[in-house]
Each structure stands twice: as C-alpha cells, then as structure tokens.
Design a protein around this ligand. Structure first.
Ligand SMILES: [Zn+2]
Ligand SMILES: [Zn+2]
Length: 429
C-alpha cells in the first residue's frame, strides 16, 4: 500500500551535492569580485507588496502581466513572490536612505510562472549587483566590468558582452514616435505574436529573434542614431572606459532587454553555447528613473543580474568549472566501537582536515573493515585512518592511502594529523 509521494513542483528542482558545491564555488567567485569592487551583500524578502512589482517592473511586461506568483496573505495583503531583484533593492534603498553611491550585491531565488524548459525554471536563481546614486559613466564601466570579471574567472570563453544605449526621457520619446511610425507601416510583416501586441512595447520588435520581425525591422530607425547630446556623450564615455579597462564588447543597436525601466546603458551577456533563442545568461543596465518612479528621490542607478542555472549550463557546454569531485580528505574506519573513532575524526576536523567516519551497523557493532574501506573509497577521501583494537592499545593510527597506490603506514597517535596532512598533500594549512 503505497502512500502518495511528493515531488518538487513543476518548474522547480532540488540542487543536491556534489552539484551544489558548484553553486557555493560560483557564489564565492562572485562575492570575491563584488567585494574587491566595494559592494556589500544585501538580503531582501522573498515576497513584497504586489504593487511594488507592478509599478517597478512595469504593467506591460510579461513578468507582471503573466508570470507573477501573486497571493493574499491571512491579513488580506496583496503580495507577490519576488520575480526579479531590482525593484526590491530600490525599495530597500528608498526605505533606508543609505549614503550614496550605494553599492550592493545579491544572490537568491526569484519566481516566475513560465513554461519550464532547459535552463528555465519557475524558481530560478540569480546573482547580481546594483549601484545607486551616481550618473557617472565610470559606474556603468565598473558594473559591466564586474559582470565580465565573473565570466573570466569562470574561464568561459564563448560569451559576448552586447552593449547598447536606450537614450533617456529627453531623447527616447522622439525616437519612439519615429519607431512607431515605421512599425505601423510594416505591421503586417511582423511575427504573429508581435502583429497582435507590438504597440504595448514597440521597442521589443527590434530584438525579436523571429525571422519575420528581423526582416520587417531591417531598416527601422535605431535609438543609437537618435541620441540627445548628453546621451551621446555618456555613450561615448562608457565605450572609452570599457576600452581603457580592457572589457571586450560588441555594440548591438537592437538590444532592448525586456524591462520598462532601462535608460541609457544596457548590456547583455550572450553565451554562444546556449540555444540561440535564449542565449542570454543575463544582463542589466541603467534605470535612472526607477527610484523616483517608486516614490524615492531622483537617483540615477545601474545594475545587472545573471542566471545561475544559465551560467552553469554555459560552463557545462564549454567544459569549464566542473563540480569538485572530492568533498573529504580523510575517512576514519572504526573497528572497535566506542568513542575513539569519533575523537580521531574530531581532532582531524579541528586541524582543518575534511573528515568523516564510518558508522555502525543496525545491530550496534562496527561494520567490517572491507565494508568501511568501500565506503571510504566511495567518499572520495584521499586517506583512510583505521582505528582498530591494536591501534587503540598501542596509541597509534594506521593510515591507508586510497589513491595512487602508496603503502599503508602506522604512526603514533600524536603524529597522526601531520601524517594525514602530508599524505593529502595539504597546502592549505
Ligand atoms: Zn538622451
Ligand atoms: Zn516578433
């Protein structure tokens, strides 16, 4: 009589060891880059007022219109699970009014009700950074560099940084009018989805990957050619800065990103290894109007987020940043029962050696030497430390190297830690 078993909900998954070790390694790499650039970790709630996202992300976006996990709590509040980070970070900025420039990094899960597919989950994880409080193009350069340095430290080589500018409140409206006039004339040539809804966000037809939209917009006006003087100057300085610090990029005048709040600098990291329709591992840009839009003081800002799942898929495709195979240095084999093996294991751990031990059978007796050595081998440990009756009586430990075929040795108990370290070639200590 089988009870109903539960599985992770559609579009979610469990991240188990050893895969989860790649996650911690990835986050350590990003934390290192972020800390080097003066960013501090920010943690925000997984859910916020629904209205924060509808105002902050934009009513016309797919995220808000179709994909949000909305719910009412027991107090009747309208809430939503966080679909992205930027609105939450801006809300925190407005609430706490920290000194500017305020530079923060983050990672965590976001939630969108999308059709699950490879590298796309309903609970998906992102890492990223936001910096609020200056319109200086040097900050744009720093932000693109921060994302790029992570790509470099992962040793991903087939990633391109696409760069564009979307203008600002000064020059975008005129440009937008020109684009609308153009698209109106070519409406019937667009892909079916955009024929029906291009007016909701005309810019999006420019980065539609479908052939009809590509062809129909071949000669469409581009924001790059319609910048006001200030935006043109900003754009030039961002490119000069990136050239100076050696960040490679490709100008992509059709890059618009899916969110309403972007202004001026916009960028995306595209991985060649991922399927072309969704090859972005993430991106970001300026959002100089968003803080004000959400009720704060006028505050220019820029940020980016990268999808952790996508980044790791790209690593797999490029054969880089593999999961670390070993999680243990030493495995303690207990042949006597009692507490000696636990004491040995604890001593190793306190000395910084990653150690685990064999556990007893269900009848309370130690497992056989053979069974425990099998477990030791499976654990990936480099050395087995055998605690038997002779060792306990003689105040010794037997060390059996598990890789590379060296002979086992007997050492005095007080020399055990040093001998284990020597065997595992420990350079950390
Ligand atoms: Zn402008
Ligand atoms: Zn289209």
């Amino acid at each position: 009589m089988a009870a109903t078993t539960h599985r992770a909900p559609s579009g979610t998954r469990d991240i188990l060891p050893p895969e989860s070790q790649r996650w911690t390694a990835l986050l350590e790499l990003f934390e290192r880059e972020a800390v080097l650039a003066g960013y501090g970790l920010v943690l925000t709630p997984l859910f916020e007022d629904l209205s924060l996202f509808s105002r902050g992300v934009g009513e016309s976006t797919d995220i808000v219109a179709k994909e949000m996990y909305e719910f009412e709590d027991k107090g009747g509040r309208a809430l939503a699970l966080r679909p992205e980070f930027t609105a939450s970070v801006v809300r925190a900025f407005i609430q706490h009014r920290p000194a500017t420039p305020w530079k923060v990094w983050y990672w965590g899960p976001n939630f969108r009700y999308e059709r699950p597919q490879a590298g796309r989950y309903r609970q998906f994880f992102q890492l990223g950074a936001e910096a609020l409080g200056t319109a200086d193009p040097a900050l744009d350069v720093e932000m693109v560099a921060l994302a790029w340095r992570l790509i470099e430290s992962l040793r991903l080589t087939r990633v391109t940084c696409l760069l564009n500018t979307l203008g600002d409140a000064n020059c975008r409206p005129q440009y937008r009018a020109k684009l609308i006039a153009y698209v109106s004339e070519h409406e019937h040539e667009l892909c079916p989805e955009h024929q029906a809804r291009w007016r909701q966000n005309p810019l999006r037809v420019l980065d539609c990957k479908k052939e009809p939209c590509r062809r129909a917009t071949q000669d469409a006006p581009l924001q790059l050619d319609h910048l006001c003087d200030e935006c043109a100057d900003h754009w030039k300085r961002v490119r000069d800065g990136l050239d100076t610090v050696g960040i490679p990029y490709q100008v992509e005048p059709r890059l618009v990103r899916g969110l309403d709040y972007y202004t001026r600098t916009t960028f995306e990291l595209a991985a060649e290894a991922l399927e072309s329709a969704q090859n972005a591992v993430g991106g970001g840009g300026r959002y100089d109007g968003l803080v004000e839009e959400l009720g704060g003081p006028a505050t220019p800002a820029i940020g980016f987020s990268l999808g952790i799942d996508r980044l790791l898929l790209a690593c797999d495709a490029d054969g880089v940043f593999a999961a670390c195979s070993s999680v243990l240095d030493a495995f303690v084999v207990d042949l006597v029962g009692g507490w000696q093996a636990s004491a040995v294991t604890d001593e190793l751990r306190r000395a910084g050696v990653r150690a685990d031990r064999g556990f007893e059978c269900e009848d309370g007796r130690p497992r056989s030497l053979k069974a425990q050595l099998r477990a030791a081998d499976r654990s990936g440990a480099a050395v087995a430390v055998i605690v038997g009756a002779d060792e306990v009586a003689g105040g010794t430990a037997t060390l059996k190297p598990l890789r590379g075929g060296a002979e086992q040795v007997s050492v005095r108990r007080e020399e055990m830690v040093g001998a284990v370290r020597a065997l595992i070639g420990d350079s950390r200590l």
